[in-house]
Design a binder for this molecule. Sequence first.
Ligand SMILES: Nc1ncnc2c1ncn2[C@@H]1O[C@H](COP(=O)(O)OP(=O)(O)OP(=O)(O)O)[C@@H](O)[C@H]1O
Length: 299
Amino acid sequence: MTAADSTPPECVPSPHAARTSHPAASDLRRGADSICLKEVTLARGGRIVLSEISLAIPQGSFVGVLGANGAGKTTLFHALLGLEPTMRGSLSINGQPVRRGNRSVGYMPQMRKLTGGQFTGWSMVASALHGQRWGLPWYGRAARAAVEAALAAVDAQSLAHRPVGTLSGGERQRLLLAQTLLDNPSVLLLDEPLASLDPARMRETVARIHALARARGMTVLMSAHDINPLLGLMDHVLYLARGRALLGTVEQVITTEALTALYGAPVDVVRAGGRVFVVAEGGGSVLQEHDCGGCGVHA
Ligand SMILES: Nc1ncnc2c1ncn2[C@@H]1O[C@H](COP(=O)(O)OP(=O)(O)OP(=O)(O)O)[C@@H](O)[C@H]1O
């Protein structure tokens, strides 16, 4: 994999992937490509969002997906979930074309509104089992075991009997992460899972997801508006801007030269105090989601 986005990659399929439509991460060969895009163009509302994107993400990679508001992070996730049609090109996961309802892919959507706050943490996690919804009265033994295992994986057993409405943002994030693990996915797509967490919780959440992914061999794509909580844990950055994508290591992608070329306008990458800042000409933040005056210019 290189930081260039022009040459279509030759995706390396896992020899085990074709045996089942829902391979566990441990069944997939490390070194094979988990996610593969070939000359993909995606549009929303009649407007092209991502154009001619080609990239290959190796099995087991932990990838930070960065880009300003509207850069196409959610659109890309929806395309990988088979929820968004491609205008051109092909997308595959574990060597198979993307399809809706693929249980190999765990997804945490953006803008998760809290509904059913009176239900317990256990019920909230269980509600995601095979598309079930809140408060079903009975689950079989296998379903209950899956919920227990998912809660244990995120260290949330103590939240199982708490009403969700009484939980902190970070505790709810853990339950949402548990939901994504129910089907033992080999790929996790997490759309801004750090939103609304304080810096300490952000770091803790990234470390938890990273450890889980490493232990299970899962490929993780995590979108974010601040690169800093991901530093040191990401294997790769996928940076989206102007309909284009740049994939590579932090050292390859988060540079003044690479990002200036991607944006087609002067961008400065400043490193200070172990943190990284991506700053547009004139001093404004390139990535920061909210407009908060002098609150910083984090990438
Ligand atoms: N349902 C929709 N109909 C029309 N256009 C849409 C729709 N959803 C998104 N878009 C547009 O598609 C583009 C990409 O949006 P997308 O949500 O993928 O960006 P994003 O990188 O996830 O942004 P953010 O960081 O704000 O979540 C934006 O210009 C957006 O306005």
